[in-house]
Design a protein around this ligand. Sequence first.
Ligand code: HEC
Length: 147
Amino acid sequence: MKTLKIMLGWLVAGLLLIQFIRIDVPPAPKAKPGDEIQAPPKVTAILKRSCYDCHSNHTKWPWYSHVAPASYEVNMHVKEGRQWLNFSIWNQYDEAKKQKLYRSLVKAIDWKMPPPDYMWIHKNARLSPEDRKMIKAWAQSHIRSTE
Ligand code: HEC
């Protein structure tokens, strides 16, 4: 019993201590309303529902995003997600970057996005096969052939 109490004490102390270690997300980049991506309403709805938490300035921060160690995972996702692709500043990207992103969108939507651990918690972010098809067709329609 005593050992258990000591172990619990260390665990609580450890959890309190790691609250001081933080991964900070840089401030969201400045965006004008015209910078937001323009897409058909059905596509925009899917992007907002399943991608915007990590790929836009409109992140909805859950309560556990303020509590370590969960905060590490959430903050890393948002930090890196925005660096790769931020739909809120889409029109600040030049054409070459947009083309690159449309291409990686087509690939990412098949398997790696949204990340599985995110969908595990955010069940409404899950995509049906039709949702994926729609995103893919939309992205493909913007890809210019390089021939
Ligand atoms: C939980 C956060 C999160 C969500 C939600 C999310 N992403 Fe991502 N996404 C990331 C992170 C982090 C990266 C960069 C690291 C990587 O590639 O895994 C990324 C990378 C990408 C890339 C670049 C991949 C590459 O390798 O070129 C694309 C495209 C992308 N995401 C599309 C999407 C789309 C579309 C959605 C919604 C259907 C989405 N993401 C939802 C976190 C997220």
